[in-house]
Design a protein around this ligand. Sequence first.
Ligand code: PMP
Length: 370
Amino acid sequence: MPDSSQLAAPSVRTLAPYVPGKPIEELEREYGISDIIKLASNENPLGPGARARAAIAAASSEIGLYPDGGGFVLKQALARKYGWAIEGITLGNGSNDVLVMIAEAFLTPETEAVYSQYAFAVYPIAVQATGATARVAAAFPEQHPMALGHDLDAMAQLVNERTRVVFVANPNNPTGTWVESAPLKRFIAGLPATTLVVMDEAYIEYVDDPTFPDSSQWLNEFPNLIVTRTFSKAYGLAGLRVGYALASPAIAGMLNRVRQAFNVNSIALAAASAALDDSDHLQKSVALNLSGLKQLEEGVDQLGLRRYPSRGNFLLIDCARPAASVYESMLRQGVIVRPVGNYQLPSHLRITVGTPEQNRRMLDALRQAL
Ligand code: PMP
């Protein structure tokens, strides 16, 4: 029998697939337990707000029709929010979709992409699938104040005339680390005009710091800048899959060529538009996250475990022992967190901030597991 997998593109055959957080239903099935909490995929514990829920209910009567493939209403709302041309906005089935479109449109086997060690796991997949060469910059070492974070100087050193795309996650997942405004701006300004820089700001709504770089404000200055954001995190719409990119109309025009015709579904379009108008729910979600992050940090400190600085809705911790057994023990207690061995961090766990009660339960389960 011929092995059909051998027919795949070589760059795809050697790809390591994305490993998602364990779904609640899977744990129910496998362990026969109920009352499970999932703090494994950086979702908003509040889910969507009332306005998005109402929009979802209203839009569900229209699902016999294709969605607006241009996503006009949502794009118009985003254009207003950012003061950016509608022609420079690309919608995606989650921001993951946008990241893949960027890779498809701009990378070839002759070109290279740069990202940091411990950067979001979708970058290597998106890059490798195109046959392009990934150049991975060493992250800051353990003793650095921003341990495991992006070292922009190290990344800059890997950029050459073949580098078509550089990915910067700010804040980064799974580390929670971030880069400051001045060094980031210097880094972008120093890139050749032939290198696009993707600022992946999936978690930026959670950041409560006026000095934190909002790269959407630099779009006019840098024609090679692409800013990606999502409705999956602070807006609580992870299950609907909506994200977007802001870039020059020239870049957006290229992304539109590889975009699936109806990549964002009609319920998602309606919900995202409604969510943009619901600043109360966003504020509530951000406030809950800030207090929850503090709760997790204090709890982890009491357990004497190392933790990493985080500006996201999650915390990376070092269990100082193989994390797999800690993870397993927490699963048996009905608490799903995220092992990050796939990032070459075998003793670490990434824990999403939940409600105060979920955080307490997670900390209890972690204490038990240790
Ligand atoms: N970027 C980062 C840094 C992320 O952590 C995630 C989600 N895990 C994404 C992008 C993609 O999220 P989505 O496709 O749901 O927008």
